[in-house]
Write a protein that binds this ligand. Structure first.
Ligand code: URA
Length: 265
């Protein structure tokens, strides 16, 4: 007898999860092959997450080559006179393919006048749904870390190096990071905090020009240069890492004490 090779629903869902398709975008299934817009689409049209509106599905143009996208990001970001303008420029920026698979832009949360700015790597699923950084499990821990130094989200500013969720929470590629870098650099310049805190290795390496791992780079004062000003910067563990390795919370507490002391001046 020939075994039934059709996957079970469980196997199919596991396959979708592996491929980064982990949320339904609409309640009803949609037969895309029966959609006339799709039937007319060019064969090279890029793919988009399951359930995305059909018209947007194939209208998205292929992103520009990485070098052109990085150059365009630099050109674009530096023209933003305010944070609102920067957000609008990002909303319209088509140089990063992550925009095509993310639900929405995750720009920032907190107070743009804050003296301290925290920067993570990239939004996850919860952030992609809510449009705010650090709202999932690691965000709850970040809130507790911030509370440990007597602050809350109304007194700090929070953003990510990458403002769109990578599909399936995969690690952003070096090109994606380079394309998004000019925007977070301009965001830091516009917020102009007294203290910049990078959360975890990717954000530390992207912003503080270090190749060292977080174990070596954390807990010491570094410098972040905006071009017009030098900002005191400290790397510390990413809250997601602390959730997996709680024994490092003690070191993260030391980093937070140093940050609190710097802010007390
Ligand atoms: N991890 C991050 O780096 N950023 C978020 O916003 C959420 C999780």
């Amino acid at each position: 007898m020939i075994p039934d090779s059709r996957p079970t629903a469980r196997q199919l869902l596991a396959f979708y999860l592996e491929a980064g398709v982990d949320c339904a975008l609409s309640d009803e299934p949609l037969d895309r092959l029966a959609d006339p817009d799709i039937a007319q689409a060019p064969p090279s049209a890029p793919a988009k997450a399951v359930g995305a509106p059909a018209a947007a599905f194939f209208q998205a143009e292929a992103p520009p080559a990485p070098d052109a996208a990085i150059a365009s990001a630099r050109e674009t970001a530096r023209t933003a006179p305010t944070l609102e303008a920067l957000r609008a420029l990002l909303e319209n920026f088509d140089g990063c393919a992550l925009k095509n698979t993310a639900t929405r832009l995750v720009f920032a949360d907190g107070n743009p006048q804050a003296r301290v700015m925290f920067v993570g790597e990239a939004p996850g699923r919860d952030e992609d749904i809510e449009g705010l950084p650090f709202v999932g499990r690691s965000g709850k821990l970040l809130d507790r870390m911030i509370a440990a130094i007597g602050l809350d989200r109304t007194k700090v500013y929070i953003a990510n190096v990458i403002p769109w969720r990578p599909p399936g929470n995969r690690t952003p590629t070096p090109q994606e990071t380079q394309i998004c870098l000019p925007f977070i650099q301009r965001q830091i310049e516009l917020v102009d905090p007294d203290v910049l805190v990078t959360l975890g290795n990717p954000s530390t390496q992207a912003l503080l020009s270090t190749r060292e791992g977080i174990m070596r780079s954390r807990g010491k004062w570094l410098e972040y240069h905006t071009g017009t000003r030098t900002i005191r910067a400290m790397a510390t563990f990413h809250p997601a890492y602390l959730l997996r390795s709680p024994s490092y919370k003690r070191m993260s507490w030391q980093d937070l004490r140093a940050i609190a002391k710097a802010l007390a001046r």
